[in-house]
Design a protein. Structure first.
Lengths: 322, 272
Protein backbone atom coordinates (compact mmCIF):
# COMPACT_ATOMS: atom_id res chain seq x y z
CA UNK A 1 0.00 0.00 0.00
CA UNK A 2 1.20 3.49 -0.83
CA UNK A 3 0.99 6.20 1.80
CA UNK A 4 1.98 9.13 -0.41
CA UNK A 5 2.23 9.43 -4.16
CA UNK A 6 3.09 12.47 -6.25
CA UNK A 7 3.01 12.69 -10.02
CA UNK A 8 4.88 15.54 -11.70
CA UNK A 9 3.91 17.80 -8.81
CA UNK A 10 4.83 21.36 -9.71
CA UNK A 11 4.45 24.59 -7.81
CA UNK A 12 5.12 28.11 -9.02
CA UNK A 13 4.94 31.15 -6.75
CA UNK A 14 4.25 34.56 -8.15
CA UNK A 15 6.83 37.11 -7.09
CA UNK A 16 6.79 40.87 -7.56
CA UNK A 17 3.94 43.25 -6.86
CA UNK A 18 3.47 45.25 -10.07
CA UNK A 19 4.49 42.60 -12.58
CA UNK A 20 4.19 39.22 -10.83
CA UNK A 21 6.37 36.60 -12.41
CA UNK A 22 6.22 32.90 -11.61
CA UNK A 23 9.12 31.40 -9.71
CA UNK A 24 9.29 27.61 -9.74
CA UNK A 25 9.60 26.17 -6.24
CA UNK A 26 8.91 22.57 -7.17
CA UNK A 27 9.48 21.04 -10.56
CA UNK A 28 7.64 17.88 -11.67
CA UNK A 29 8.26 15.96 -8.47
CA UNK A 30 7.29 12.30 -8.69
CA UNK A 31 7.82 9.86 -5.88
CA UNK A 32 6.06 7.22 -3.83
CA UNK A 33 6.24 6.41 -0.15
CA UNK A 34 5.12 2.92 0.79
CA UNK A 35 3.07 2.57 3.97
CA UNK A 36 5.03 1.89 7.13
CA UNK A 37 8.49 3.10 8.10
CA UNK A 38 10.32 6.40 8.17
CA UNK A 39 10.90 8.39 4.99
CA UNK A 40 13.18 11.42 4.86
CA UNK A 41 12.76 14.33 2.48
CA UNK A 42 16.17 15.92 2.36
CA UNK A 43 17.64 18.94 0.71
CA UNK A 44 19.35 22.25 1.37
CA UNK A 45 17.39 25.36 2.32
CA UNK A 46 15.12 26.41 -0.53
CA UNK A 47 15.12 22.95 -2.09
CA UNK A 48 11.31 22.69 -1.97
CA UNK A 49 10.89 20.39 1.04
CA UNK A 50 8.37 22.52 2.93
CA UNK A 51 6.56 23.34 -0.31
CA UNK A 52 6.18 19.62 -0.98
CA UNK A 53 4.84 18.92 2.49
CA UNK A 54 2.42 21.86 2.34
CA UNK A 55 1.13 20.59 -0.99
CA UNK A 56 0.54 17.20 0.61
CA UNK A 57 -1.55 18.73 3.40
CA UNK A 58 -3.41 21.17 1.14
CA UNK A 59 -1.97 24.34 2.62
CA UNK A 60 -0.69 25.00 -0.90
CA UNK A 61 -2.28 24.02 -4.24
CA UNK A 62 -0.21 22.62 -7.11
CA UNK A 63 0.34 24.59 -10.29
CA UNK A 64 0.26 21.25 -12.11
CA UNK A 65 0.63 17.57 -11.33
CA UNK A 66 -1.14 15.71 -8.59
CA UNK A 67 -0.66 14.18 -5.19
CA UNK A 68 -2.39 11.46 -3.23
CA UNK A 69 -2.21 11.06 0.52
CA UNK A 70 -3.44 7.75 1.93
CA UNK A 71 -5.16 7.14 -1.39
CA UNK A 72 -7.08 10.40 -1.32
CA UNK A 73 -6.48 13.89 -2.65
CA UNK A 74 -4.80 16.30 -0.21
CA UNK A 75 -7.37 18.20 1.80
CA UNK A 76 -9.89 15.39 1.80
CA UNK A 77 -11.53 15.45 5.24
CA UNK A 78 -11.63 11.66 5.56
CA UNK A 79 -7.93 11.50 4.66
CA UNK A 80 -7.08 14.10 7.29
CA UNK A 81 -8.77 11.95 9.88
CA UNK A 82 -5.80 9.55 9.48
CA UNK A 83 -3.11 12.19 9.10
CA UNK A 84 -0.93 14.07 11.58
CA UNK A 85 1.05 17.17 10.60
CA UNK A 86 3.72 19.16 12.41
CA UNK A 87 4.49 22.47 10.68
CA UNK A 88 7.99 23.96 10.72
CA UNK A 89 8.60 26.12 13.82
CA UNK A 90 5.06 25.59 15.09
CA UNK A 91 3.22 28.23 17.08
CA UNK A 92 -0.04 27.77 18.88
CA UNK A 93 -2.48 29.80 20.93
CA UNK A 94 -0.79 31.64 23.79
CA UNK A 95 -3.93 31.77 25.86
CA UNK A 96 -4.38 28.00 25.95
CA UNK A 97 -2.56 25.36 27.95
CA UNK A 98 -1.21 22.32 26.13
CA UNK A 99 -4.04 20.26 27.55
CA UNK A 100 -6.69 22.72 26.34
CA UNK A 101 -5.12 22.82 22.87
CA UNK A 102 -4.97 19.05 22.59
CA UNK A 103 -8.52 18.69 23.88
CA UNK A 104 -9.67 21.21 21.25
CA UNK A 105 -7.87 19.39 18.45
CA UNK A 106 -9.03 15.97 19.67
CA UNK A 107 -12.59 17.29 19.40
CA UNK A 108 -11.99 18.19 15.75
CA UNK A 109 -11.10 14.54 15.14
CA UNK A 110 -14.43 13.46 16.57
CA UNK A 111 -13.39 12.53 20.11
CA UNK A 112 -16.13 13.49 22.55
CA UNK A 113 -16.62 13.85 26.28
CA UNK A 114 -14.03 12.23 28.49
CA UNK A 115 -12.30 10.65 25.47
CA UNK A 116 -11.12 14.09 24.34
CA UNK A 117 -9.34 14.79 27.59
CA UNK A 118 -8.05 11.23 27.83
CA UNK A 119 -6.60 11.40 24.33
CA UNK A 120 -4.93 14.73 25.17
CA UNK A 121 -3.42 13.25 28.32
CA UNK A 122 -2.11 10.17 26.50
CA UNK A 123 -0.23 12.13 23.83
CA UNK A 124 1.08 14.73 26.27
CA UNK A 125 2.43 11.90 28.40
CA UNK A 126 4.03 10.42 25.32
CA UNK A 127 5.92 13.64 24.49
CA UNK A 128 6.93 14.16 28.12
CA UNK A 129 4.74 17.16 28.92
CA UNK A 130 2.50 15.55 31.50
CA UNK A 131 3.82 17.76 34.31
CA UNK A 132 3.40 21.01 32.38
CA UNK A 133 0.17 20.29 30.59
CA UNK A 134 -1.85 22.89 32.48
CA UNK A 135 0.62 25.75 32.00
CA UNK A 136 -0.17 28.33 29.30
CA UNK A 137 1.77 27.61 26.10
CA UNK A 138 3.19 31.16 26.18
CA UNK A 139 5.33 30.06 29.14
CA UNK A 140 6.85 27.14 27.22
CA UNK A 141 10.40 26.96 25.87
CA UNK A 142 10.92 26.36 22.16
CA UNK A 143 11.63 22.70 22.80
CA UNK A 144 8.40 22.35 24.76
CA UNK A 145 6.41 24.01 21.98
CA UNK A 146 7.96 21.55 19.54
CA UNK A 147 6.78 18.73 21.80
CA UNK A 148 3.29 20.22 21.83
CA UNK A 149 3.54 20.26 18.05
CA UNK A 150 4.38 16.59 18.01
CA UNK A 151 1.60 15.82 20.47
CA UNK A 152 -1.00 17.58 18.32
CA UNK A 153 0.25 15.64 15.29
CA UNK A 154 -0.37 12.40 17.19
CA UNK A 155 -3.65 13.26 18.88
CA UNK A 156 -5.72 11.25 16.37
CA UNK A 157 -3.44 8.19 16.46
CA UNK A 158 -2.60 8.77 12.77
CA UNK A 159 -1.43 6.28 10.14
CA UNK A 160 0.65 8.92 8.38
CA UNK A 161 2.63 11.58 10.21
CA UNK A 162 4.16 14.44 8.23
CA UNK A 163 6.78 16.41 10.13
CA UNK A 164 8.35 19.56 8.69
CA UNK A 165 11.85 19.98 10.15
CA UNK A 166 10.92 18.32 13.45
CA UNK A 167 14.40 18.77 14.92
CA UNK A 168 14.69 22.44 14.01
CA UNK A 169 15.80 24.66 16.88
CA UNK A 170 16.02 21.87 19.43
CA UNK A 171 18.92 21.36 21.81
CA UNK A 172 20.82 18.05 21.66
CA UNK A 173 18.62 16.40 24.28
CA UNK A 174 15.46 17.57 22.54
CA UNK A 175 16.77 16.27 19.22
CA UNK A 176 17.60 12.93 20.75
CA UNK A 177 14.10 12.63 22.22
CA UNK A 178 12.39 13.58 18.96
CA UNK A 179 14.62 11.15 17.05
CA UNK A 180 13.66 8.38 19.46
CA UNK A 181 10.00 9.20 19.05
CA UNK A 182 10.17 9.16 15.25
CA UNK A 183 11.95 5.81 15.33
CA UNK A 184 9.30 4.46 17.69
CA UNK A 185 6.47 5.67 15.44
CA UNK A 186 8.09 3.92 12.48
CA UNK A 187 8.47 0.71 14.48
CA UNK A 188 4.78 0.86 15.37
CA UNK A 189 4.02 0.47 11.66
CA UNK A 190 3.05 4.07 11.00
CA UNK A 191 4.38 6.00 8.05
CA UNK A 192 6.51 8.97 9.06
CA UNK A 193 7.50 11.48 6.40
CA UNK A 194 9.83 14.15 7.67
CA UNK A 195 11.87 16.87 6.07
CA UNK A 196 15.32 17.77 7.27
CA UNK A 197 18.67 19.04 6.22
CA UNK A 198 20.34 17.29 9.15
CA UNK A 199 21.76 14.24 7.40
CA UNK A 200 22.90 12.34 10.44
CA UNK A 201 19.30 12.30 11.70
CA UNK A 202 18.06 11.04 8.37
CA UNK A 203 20.76 8.38 8.11
CA UNK A 204 19.93 7.13 11.57
CA UNK A 205 16.14 7.16 11.21
CA UNK A 206 15.14 6.61 7.62
CA UNK A 207 14.76 3.49 5.60
CA UNK A 208 14.20 5.53 2.47
CA UNK A 209 14.98 9.10 1.48
CA UNK A 210 14.42 11.49 -1.38
CA UNK A 211 16.85 14.32 -1.97
CA UNK A 212 15.59 17.57 -3.45
CA UNK A 213 17.62 20.45 -4.80
CA UNK A 214 16.32 23.58 -6.47
CA UNK A 215 12.83 22.10 -6.57
CA UNK A 216 13.89 18.93 -8.35
CA UNK A 217 14.17 15.36 -7.18
CA UNK A 218 17.84 14.47 -7.56
CA UNK A 219 17.82 10.99 -6.10
CA UNK A 220 15.71 8.68 -3.99
CA UNK A 221 15.79 5.16 -2.66
CA UNK A 222 16.72 3.04 0.32
CA UNK A 223 19.41 4.66 2.45
CA UNK A 224 21.37 1.39 2.41
CA UNK A 225 21.26 1.29 -1.39
CA UNK A 226 22.17 4.92 -1.85
CA UNK A 227 25.07 4.75 0.53
CA UNK A 228 26.40 1.44 -0.76
CA UNK A 229 25.87 2.08 -4.45
CA UNK A 230 29.38 3.48 -4.84
CA UNK A 231 32.65 2.27 -3.37
CA UNK A 232 34.75 5.33 -2.68
CA UNK A 233 37.90 3.38 -1.78
CA UNK A 234 39.40 0.34 -0.08
CA UNK A 235 41.11 -0.19 3.25
CA UNK A 236 43.46 -3.17 3.69
CA UNK A 237 44.74 -3.94 7.16
CA UNK A 238 47.99 -5.98 7.12
CA UNK A 239 50.38 -7.28 9.74
CA UNK A 240 54.14 -7.43 9.13
CA UNK A 241 56.38 -6.03 6.41
CA UNK A 242 57.79 -2.55 6.58
CA UNK A 243 56.25 0.80 5.74
CA UNK A 244 58.56 1.55 2.79
CA UNK A 245 57.59 -1.70 1.07
CA UNK A 246 53.92 -0.99 1.58
CA UNK A 247 54.30 2.47 0.05
CA UNK A 248 55.74 0.89 -3.06
CA UNK A 249 52.73 -1.48 -3.26
CA UNK A 250 50.20 1.42 -3.05
CA UNK A 251 51.90 4.30 -4.88
CA UNK A 252 48.59 6.26 -5.23
CA UNK A 253 47.31 5.38 -1.76
CA UNK A 254 48.05 6.17 1.87
CA UNK A 255 49.86 3.98 4.37
CA UNK A 256 49.06 4.49 8.05
CA UNK A 257 50.92 2.81 10.86
CA UNK A 258 48.34 1.40 13.30
CA UNK A 259 50.83 0.41 16.02
CA UNK A 260 53.10 -2.59 16.58
CA UNK A 261 53.58 -4.06 13.11
CA UNK A 262 50.10 -3.38 11.73
CA UNK A 263 49.38 -1.03 8.82
CA UNK A 264 46.30 0.29 7.07
CA UNK A 265 46.70 0.61 3.31
CA UNK A 266 44.13 3.03 1.89
CA UNK A 267 43.46 2.71 -1.83
CA UNK A 268 41.49 4.94 -4.13
CA UNK A 269 38.30 3.54 -5.68
CA UNK A 270 40.07 3.27 -9.04
CA UNK A 271 42.76 0.93 -7.64
CA UNK A 272 42.07 -2.79 -7.36
CA UNK A 273 42.82 -4.42 -3.98
CA UNK A 274 43.50 -7.82 -5.64
CA UNK A 275 46.86 -6.65 -7.00
CA UNK A 276 47.95 -5.47 -3.56
CA UNK A 277 46.79 -8.73 -1.93
CA UNK A 278 48.83 -10.71 -4.48
CA UNK A 279 51.95 -8.66 -3.74
CA UNK A 280 51.65 -9.03 0.03
CA UNK A 281 53.17 -12.52 0.17
CA UNK A 282 56.43 -11.26 -1.36
CA UNK A 283 56.66 -8.45 1.21
CA UNK A 284 56.30 -10.86 4.15
CA UNK A 285 53.07 -9.22 5.36
CA UNK A 286 49.85 -11.03 6.28
CA UNK A 287 46.43 -9.74 5.20
CA UNK A 288 44.05 -9.17 8.11
CA UNK A 289 41.06 -7.53 6.37
CA UNK A 290 39.86 -5.86 3.19
CA UNK A 291 37.05 -3.32 3.63
CA UNK A 292 35.39 -1.33 0.89
CA UNK A 293 34.78 2.29 1.87
CA UNK A 294 31.16 3.26 1.13
CA UNK A 295 29.61 6.65 0.58
CA UNK A 296 27.79 8.15 3.57
CA UNK A 297 24.44 9.86 3.10
CA UNK A 298 26.34 13.12 3.36
CA UNK A 299 28.56 12.10 0.41
CA UNK A 300 25.46 11.19 -1.61
CA UNK A 301 23.77 14.45 -0.62
CA UNK A 302 26.71 16.67 -1.43
CA UNK A 303 27.34 14.93 -4.75
CA UNK A 304 23.65 14.96 -5.80
CA UNK A 305 22.97 18.52 -4.76
CA UNK A 306 26.26 19.70 -6.23
CA UNK A 307 25.42 17.98 -9.52
CA UNK A 308 22.06 19.77 -9.77
CA UNK A 309 23.76 23.06 -8.96
CA UNK A 310 26.28 22.47 -11.75
CA UNK A 311 23.55 21.39 -14.22
CA UNK A 312 21.49 24.44 -13.43
CA UNK A 313 24.55 26.67 -13.78
CA UNK A 314 25.40 25.12 -17.18
CA UNK A 315 21.78 25.36 -18.37
CA UNK A 316 21.62 28.92 -17.14
CA UNK A 317 24.85 29.82 -18.95
CA UNK A 318 23.65 28.18 -22.18
CA UNK A 319 20.27 29.82 -21.95
CA UNK A 320 21.63 33.26 -21.14
CA UNK A 321 20.90 35.92 -23.73
CA UNK A 322 23.91 36.89 -25.81
CA UNK B 1 -21.38 21.10 7.50
CA UNK B 2 -20.50 19.54 10.85
CA UNK B 3 -22.13 21.57 13.62
CA UNK B 4 -20.02 19.99 16.36
CA UNK B 5 -16.76 21.10 14.73
CA UNK B 6 -18.20 24.57 14.06
CA UNK B 7 -19.19 24.71 17.71
CA UNK B 8 -15.67 23.79 18.80
CA UNK B 9 -14.13 26.55 16.69
CA UNK B 10 -16.73 29.04 17.95
CA UNK B 11 -16.14 28.08 21.56
CA UNK B 12 -12.39 28.47 21.04
CA UNK B 13 -12.88 31.99 19.66
CA UNK B 14 -15.09 32.85 22.62
CA UNK B 15 -12.53 31.50 25.06
CA UNK B 16 -9.72 33.42 23.37
CA UNK B 17 -11.75 36.64 23.39
CA UNK B 18 -12.71 36.23 27.02
CA UNK B 19 -9.03 35.88 27.92
CA UNK B 20 -8.07 38.90 25.82
CA UNK B 21 -7.26 41.98 27.90
CA UNK B 22 -8.46 44.33 25.19
CA UNK B 23 -11.98 43.02 25.67
CA UNK B 24 -11.90 43.78 29.38
CA UNK B 25 -10.76 47.31 28.60
CA UNK B 26 -13.68 47.88 26.27
CA UNK B 27 -16.21 46.34 28.67
CA UNK B 28 -14.88 48.40 31.59
CA UNK B 29 -15.09 51.54 29.48
CA UNK B 30 -18.63 50.70 28.46
CA UNK B 31 -19.78 50.06 32.02
CA UNK B 32 -18.21 53.30 33.20
CA UNK B 33 -20.07 55.13 30.45
CA UNK B 34 -23.38 53.52 31.43
CA UNK B 35 -22.83 54.57 35.04
CA UNK B 36 -21.75 58.02 33.87
CA UNK B 37 -25.13 58.37 32.18
CA UNK B 38 -26.71 58.63 35.63
CA UNK B 39 -24.34 61.38 36.67
CA UNK B 40 -24.96 63.29 33.46
CA UNK B 41 -28.70 62.80 33.92
CA UNK B 42 -28.53 64.41 37.35
CA UNK B 43 -27.24 67.64 35.89
CA UNK B 44 -29.80 67.63 33.07
CA UNK B 45 -33.00 68.38 34.88
CA UNK B 46 -36.16 66.79 33.50
CA UNK B 47 -34.34 64.71 30.92
CA UNK B 48 -32.84 62.16 33.33
CA UNK B 49 -34.39 58.99 31.98
CA UNK B 50 -34.02 59.87 28.31
CA UNK B 51 -30.37 60.72 28.83
CA UNK B 52 -29.70 57.44 30.60
CA UNK B 53 -31.44 55.51 27.85
CA UNK B 54 -29.86 57.44 24.98
CA UNK B 55 -26.36 57.32 26.36
CA UNK B 56 -26.66 53.77 27.61
CA UNK B 57 -27.88 52.42 24.27
CA UNK B 58 -25.27 54.43 22.38
CA UNK B 59 -22.52 53.01 24.59
CA UNK B 60 -23.79 49.45 24.08
CA UNK B 61 -23.74 49.99 20.34
CA UNK B 62 -20.39 51.82 20.33
CA UNK B 63 -18.65 49.27 22.52
CA UNK B 64 -20.05 46.46 20.38
CA UNK B 65 -18.77 48.12 17.20
CA UNK B 66 -15.36 48.66 18.78
CA UNK B 67 -15.16 45.02 19.90
CA UNK B 68 -16.27 43.80 16.49
CA UNK B 69 -13.60 45.78 14.70
CA UNK B 70 -10.77 45.14 17.18
CA UNK B 71 -11.39 41.42 17.51
CA UNK B 72 -13.06 40.74 14.17
CA UNK B 73 -10.38 41.99 11.81
CA UNK B 74 -7.76 39.87 13.55
CA UNK B 75 -9.94 36.82 13.78
CA UNK B 76 -8.51 35.01 10.78
CA UNK B 77 -5.53 37.28 10.06
CA UNK B 78 -4.00 36.60 13.49
CA UNK B 79 -4.23 32.84 12.91
CA UNK B 80 -2.30 33.34 9.68
CA UNK B 81 0.22 35.78 11.20
CA UNK B 82 1.14 33.52 14.09
CA UNK B 83 0.88 30.48 11.78
CA UNK B 84 -1.34 28.55 14.16
CA UNK B 85 -3.54 28.03 11.12
CA UNK B 86 -1.05 25.50 9.70
CA UNK B 87 -1.85 22.95 12.38
CA UNK B 88 -5.55 23.81 12.52
CA UNK B 89 -6.37 23.57 8.82
CA UNK B 90 -4.64 20.21 8.48
CA UNK B 91 -7.17 18.74 10.90
CA UNK B 92 -10.47 17.39 9.53
CA UNK B 93 -11.89 20.90 9.53
CA UNK B 94 -13.12 22.11 6.14
CA UNK B 95 -12.39 25.76 5.52
CA UNK B 96 -16.06 26.77 5.38
CA UNK B 97 -16.57 25.31 8.86
CA UNK B 98 -13.55 27.25 10.07
CA UNK B 99 -14.97 30.55 8.79
CA UNK B 100 -18.48 29.92 10.09
CA UNK B 101 -17.07 28.80 13.45
CA UNK B 102 -14.93 31.92 13.72
CA UNK B 103 -17.90 34.10 12.86
CA UNK B 104 -20.22 32.45 15.37
CA UNK B 105 -17.53 32.55 18.06
CA UNK B 106 -17.12 36.29 17.74
CA UNK B 107 -20.87 36.72 17.60
CA UNK B 108 -21.20 34.76 20.84
CA UNK B 109 -18.57 37.00 22.47
CA UNK B 110 -20.39 40.12 21.31
CA UNK B 111 -23.81 38.90 22.37
CA UNK B 112 -22.59 37.96 25.85
CA UNK B 113 -21.07 41.42 26.23
CA UNK B 114 -24.11 43.18 24.83
CA UNK B 115 -26.30 41.18 27.20
CA UNK B 116 -24.07 42.18 30.14
CA UNK B 117 -24.17 45.86 29.20
CA UNK B 118 -27.94 45.72 28.67
CA UNK B 119 -28.33 44.25 32.14
CA UNK B 120 -26.18 47.11 33.49
CA UNK B 121 -28.39 49.65 31.68
CA UNK B 122 -31.56 48.16 33.15
CA UNK B 123 -29.96 48.27 36.61
CA UNK B 124 -29.22 51.96 36.14
CA UNK B 125 -32.79 52.56 35.00
CA UNK B 126 -34.15 50.60 37.94
CA UNK B 127 -32.10 52.84 40.22
CA UNK B 128 -33.40 55.92 38.40
CA UNK B 129 -36.93 54.56 38.81
CA UNK B 130 -36.52 54.63 42.59
CA UNK B 131 -35.37 58.27 42.45
CA UNK B 132 -38.11 59.68 40.21
CA UNK B 133 -41.50 60.73 41.66
CA UNK B 134 -44.53 58.78 40.37
CA UNK B 135 -46.26 61.93 39.04
CA UNK B 136 -43.24 62.72 36.87
CA UNK B 137 -43.10 59.14 35.60
CA UNK B 138 -46.70 59.41 34.41
CA UNK B 139 -45.84 62.15 31.89
CA UNK B 140 -42.86 60.34 30.33
CA UNK B 141 -43.00 59.36 26.63
CA UNK B 142 -42.14 55.77 27.52
CA UNK B 143 -41.93 53.73 30.71
CA UNK B 144 -38.61 53.90 32.56
CA UNK B 145 -38.02 50.15 32.42
CA UNK B 146 -39.30 50.06 28.86
CA UNK B 147 -39.21 46.49 27.43
CA UNK B 148 -38.93 48.07 23.98
CA UNK B 149 -35.32 48.87 24.86
CA UNK B 150 -34.70 45.18 24.25
CA UNK B 151 -35.86 45.72 20.68
CA UNK B 152 -33.13 48.33 20.27
CA UNK B 153 -30.63 45.84 21.66
CA UNK B 154 -31.84 43.17 19.22
CA UNK B 155 -31.35 45.64 16.36
CA UNK B 156 -27.88 46.50 17.70
CA UNK B 157 -27.19 42.75 17.77
CA UNK B 158 -28.28 42.47 14.12
CA UNK B 159 -26.09 45.43 13.20
CA UNK B 160 -23.11 43.86 14.98
CA UNK B 161 -23.79 40.51 13.27
CA UNK B 162 -23.55 42.23 9.93
CA UNK B 163 -20.45 44.21 10.88
CA UNK B 164 -18.83 41.01 12.20
CA UNK B 165 -19.43 39.34 8.85
CA UNK B 166 -17.80 42.33 7.10
CA UNK B 167 -14.80 42.18 9.47
CA UNK B 168 -14.42 38.42 8.98
CA UNK B 169 -14.67 38.88 5.22
CA UNK B 170 -11.78 41.35 5.10
CA UNK B 171 -9.84 39.30 7.61
CA UNK B 172 -9.88 36.27 5.29
CA UNK B 173 -7.87 37.83 2.50
CA UNK B 174 -6.12 40.94 3.79
CA UNK B 175 -2.57 40.27 4.93
CA UNK B 176 -2.48 43.41 7.05
CA UNK B 177 -4.52 44.04 10.18
CA UNK B 178 -4.42 47.79 9.55
CA UNK B 179 -5.85 47.36 6.05
CA UNK B 180 -8.61 45.13 7.43
CA UNK B 181 -9.51 47.83 9.96
CA UNK B 182 -9.52 50.51 7.28
CA UNK B 183 -11.72 48.43 4.95
CA UNK B 184 -14.13 47.43 7.72
CA UNK B 185 -14.46 50.95 9.13
CA UNK B 186 -14.78 52.27 5.57
CA UNK B 187 -17.67 49.93 4.78
CA UNK B 188 -19.31 50.68 8.14
CA UNK B 189 -19.15 54.46 7.73
CA UNK B 190 -20.31 54.23 4.10
CA UNK B 191 -23.13 51.96 5.27
CA UNK B 192 -24.26 54.56 7.81
CA UNK B 193 -24.81 56.97 4.91
CA UNK B 194 -26.18 54.39 2.49
CA UNK B 195 -29.65 56.02 2.41
CA UNK B 196 -28.11 59.38 1.49
CA UNK B 197 -25.90 57.76 -1.15
CA UNK B 198 -28.91 56.13 -2.79
CA UNK B 199 -30.45 59.59 -3.27
CA UNK B 200 -27.16 61.28 -4.13
CA UNK B 201 -28.19 62.21 -7.70
CA UNK B 202 -31.36 63.90 -6.43
CA UNK B 203 -29.59 65.94 -3.75
CA UNK B 204 -26.32 66.93 -5.42
CA UNK B 205 -25.87 68.26 -8.93
CA UNK B 206 -23.33 65.88 -10.48
CA UNK B 207 -22.98 64.08 -13.79
CA UNK B 208 -25.38 61.14 -14.24
CA UNK B 209 -22.42 58.71 -14.41
CA UNK B 210 -21.01 59.82 -11.04
CA UNK B 211 -24.49 59.78 -9.51
CA UNK B 212 -25.05 56.25 -10.83
CA UNK B 213 -21.78 55.01 -9.35
CA UNK B 214 -22.48 56.56 -5.95
CA UNK B 215 -26.06 55.31 -5.96
CA UNK B 216 -24.82 51.81 -6.79
CA UNK B 217 -22.42 51.98 -3.85
CA UNK B 218 -25.35 53.06 -1.71
CA UNK B 219 -27.30 49.96 -2.75
CA UNK B 220 -24.37 47.57 -2.37
CA UNK B 221 -22.97 48.52 1.05
CA UNK B 222 -24.83 47.20 4.10
CA UNK B 223 -27.39 49.77 5.27
CA UNK B 224 -26.14 50.09 8.85
CA UNK B 225 -28.27 53.17 9.50
CA UNK B 226 -31.41 51.05 9.15
CA UNK B 227 -30.68 49.36 12.48
CA UNK B 228 -30.79 52.58 14.47
CA UNK B 229 -34.19 52.72 16.20
CA UNK B 230 -32.92 54.31 19.41
CA UNK B 231 -34.71 57.63 18.92
CA UNK B 232 -38.09 56.00 18.19
CA UNK B 233 -37.91 53.80 21.29
CA UNK B 234 -36.52 56.40 23.71
CA UNK B 235 -39.15 58.94 22.64
CA UNK B 236 -41.94 56.36 22.64
CA UNK B 237 -42.69 56.70 18.92
CA UNK B 238 -44.43 53.90 17.01
CA UNK B 239 -42.27 51.31 15.31
CA UNK B 240 -43.93 49.16 12.63
CA UNK B 241 -43.42 45.43 13.06
CA UNK B 242 -42.82 45.00 9.32
CA UNK B 243 -39.90 47.41 9.55
CA UNK B 244 -38.22 45.55 12.40
CA UNK B 245 -38.88 42.14 10.84
CA UNK B 246 -37.75 43.28 7.40
CA UNK B 247 -34.54 44.80 8.79
CA UNK B 248 -33.71 41.62 10.71
CA UNK B 249 -34.36 39.51 7.60
CA UNK B 250 -32.15 41.89 5.60
CA UNK B 251 -29.35 41.35 8.16
CA UNK B 252 -29.68 37.56 7.97
CA UNK B 253 -29.58 37.51 4.17
CA UNK B 254 -26.70 39.96 3.98
CA UNK B 255 -24.68 38.03 6.59
CA UNK B 256 -25.20 34.81 4.60
CA UNK B 257 -24.09 36.50 1.38
CA UNK B 258 -20.94 37.94 2.99
CA UNK B 259 -20.03 34.64 4.63
CA UNK B 260 -20.47 32.80 1.33
CA UNK B 261 -18.09 35.30 -0.29
CA UNK B 262 -15.63 34.98 2.64
CA UNK B 263 -15.67 31.17 2.36
CA UNK B 264 -15.18 31.35 -1.42
CA UNK B 265 -12.12 33.57 -1.00
CA UNK B 266 -10.70 31.68 1.95
CA UNK B 267 -11.11 28.29 0.27
CA UNK B 268 -8.80 29.42 -2.52
CA UNK B 269 -6.23 30.91 -0.21
CA UNK B 270 -2.80 29.32 0.10
CA UNK B 271 -0.53 29.40 3.14
CA UNK B 272 3.18 29.66 2.36
Amino acid sequence: MTAVRTERLTKDFLTGFWRPTPKRALDALSFEIPAGGVFGLLGPNGAGKSTTLKLLVDLLRPTSGRAEVLGRPPGDTAGRQRLGFLPENPTFYDHLSAEELLTYFAGLFGFTGADRRRRATVVLDRVGLEADRRRPIRQYSKGMVQRVGLAQALVNDPELIILDEPMSGLDPIGRRDVRAMIAELGQEGRTVLFSSHILSDAEELCERVAILAKGQLVTSGHVSELTSRDVTGWVLVVAGGDEAQHRVMVPDGVVRHLGHDRFALELAATSRPEAVVAALAASGAVLESVTPRRATLEDVFVRSVGQVGADVAVTGAQGAPR
Amino acid sequence: MNLRRIGLVAWHVFKESVRDRILYGIVAFALIMVVAAILIAQITAGQDVKIIKDLGLAVIEGAGILMTIVIGVGLVAREIDRRSIFALLTKPLPRHEFIVGKYLGLLLTLMVNVAGMTAALYLMLAYADTQIPAEYEAVLDAPILDPRLLLVVVMVGAELSLLTAVAVFFSTFSSSGLLSIIFTVGVFVTGLFSADLRQFGDIVDVSPAVAAVIQTVGWIVPAFSAFDIKAQVVHGLPLPTWFVGGTLLYAVLYVCAILVAAVALFSRREFK
